[in-house]
Design a protein. Structure first.
Length: 436
């Protein structure tokens, strides 16, 4: 985030050119920051002092920090603080900027101040950008008159860092009444407030594919159902976090299944936040408590269930599990986790109706049921399963914000609840407790 934004400021001021910036960004990840450069950049020592210490290093077998403390240039506490920051993206970019261009470490403060003033950041916002602290800088980019817009944008970016590290930057949010798109993944939520949260591309599918590849670790070259599904599940994770956050305010929000569209127009009051990742742009669309039409016909995106049973399922004493989720990516995550930890997966289903059918056919020890699904949701599927087998062991996949659904599930006989995004330790603890 910092490197891209500050680098583009330096280009606009003719301090470096764009090809140089692109080279610096590629080399940034491999750079180890020199302690002396950091100390100068932070105003703790002068260039002359750094040179003196470097010369001593050439003659003595000692570290930069040890010599700096010996000559009184730095304190032990200052050295410890610099060492803690040594791996930060901000310092790595400054290191390579100084190493590979004519920019001097002593010039950095002046350039940073110019950057801050030009972009209109206050000092705390600038510090947050340097520290990759989304909560500290998001209001500078995504301030909106409608409630919750800034919070949702922040949740999206915090989630994105789980997959794309900090290799992205954002532009300022803008209000829209309609947005044409080529590809759209979107989720609506309703209740005490209504939300639309979506990711879209205006031209081309490259940015959409890139998000899917980062999330799954695969290399999709076209928009397969699995690629759509991965982006949709990313949005679903954000929706779950938002509903969880609002639950603390005693607000009830229900989550609808994700939908996918192509080559149409979103109509209605909302906001668009541009996100740039590796030179490609994807737009975050957000709307709260507004009438919105996202498209006339959704795409039929279904990820086929995995029909393979775990090796030795049913014959080696392993607890048997059926996984039910409309997201193929979520099913894959759960399957891989459970198979590695002593469970046998004997079936999958992608909606509540098929969940009932598969349960009746396979009689698993445990069935996991996502609450938000098409055809029949997890609650209705649970109802049908418990009517067939009152002793069924069911674990519901939910978010903390779906309180009313949780209570209804308990009344119907669900015994455990697993929240998204999945915490492997908690998932295993809850499911193992069902078979003791």
């Amino acid at each position: 985030m910092f490197a891209e934004l500050f680098g583009r400021y330096l280009v606009s001021e003719n301090i470096i050119d764009m090809p140089t910036l692109e080279t610096l960004l590629k080399q940034q990840a491999e750079t180890r920051v020199k302690l002396g450069m950091m100390a100068v950049a932070e105003g703790l020592i002068t260039d002359a002092q750094a040179t003196e210490i470097n010369q001593k290093q050439q003659k003595e077998d000692k570290r930069f920090g040890d010599i700096a403390v010996e000559i009184g240039a730095l304190t032990d506490a200052q050295v410890s603080g610099l060492l803690a920051k040594q791996g930060s993206p901000y310092m790595r970019f400054i290191q390579i900027l100084v190493d590979k261009t004519a920019v001097e470490a002593s010039d950095i403060d002046g350039y940073l101040e110019g950057f801050r003033k030009k972009e209109g950041f206050d000092q705390s916002e600038l510090d947050s950008i340097k520290d990759e602290n989304v909560g500290g800088y998001i209001s500078a980019f995504a301030s909106a008159s409608q409630p919750y817009i800034t919070n949702i944008a922040g949740q999206v970016l915090r989630n994105m860092t789980r997959f794309v590290s900090s290799d992205f930057y954002i532009d300022r949010i803008r209000k829209v009444n309609e947005v044409p798109y080529q590809t759209l993944a979107i989720q609506s939520c309703h209740g005490d407030h209504s939300f639309f949260i979506g990711l879209l591309t205006e031209k081309g599918d490259d940015a959409f594919l890139m998000i899917a590849n980062h999330i799954t670790g695969k290399d999709y070259d076209k928009l397969t159902p699995e690629a759509y599904d991965a982006v949709g599940e990313f949005i679903n994770g954000v929706s779950g976090l938002i509903t969880t956050e609002l639950a603390s305010e005693r607000l009830v929000i229900e989550i609808d299944p994700q939908e996918f569209y192509s080559n149409q127009v979103i109509k209605g009051r909302g906001y668009v936040l541009p996100i740039h990742i590796e030179g490609k742009e994807i737009l975050l669309f957000l709307s709260v408590d507004s009438e919105v039409s996202v498209g006339e016909k959704a795409l039929d995106i279904r990820v086929s269930v995995n029909t393979e049973k775990s090796a030795g399922a049913g014959s080696d004493g392993k607890p048997t599990v059926v996984i039910v989720d409309d997201s193929g990516w979520s099913r894959t995550i759960l399957r891989n986790l459970l198979e590695k930890n002593g469970f046998a997966i004997i079936g999958e289903a992608e909606d509540g109706q098929k969940a009932i059918e598969v349960y009746k056919e396979l009689h698993p020890d445990i069935i996991t049921l996502d609450i938000t699904m098409p055809v029949l949701d997890g609650i209705e599927a649970l109802r049908g399963i418990m009517e067939y087998d009152p002793n069924a062991k069911a674990a519901m996949i939910t978010s903390a914000g779906q309180r009313s659904k949780v209570l209804e599930s308990l009344k119907l006989g669900a015994e455990k609840f697993i929240t998204k995004p999945f915490d492997p330790t908690l998932v295993l603890t809850e499911l193992k407790s069902l078979v003791r």
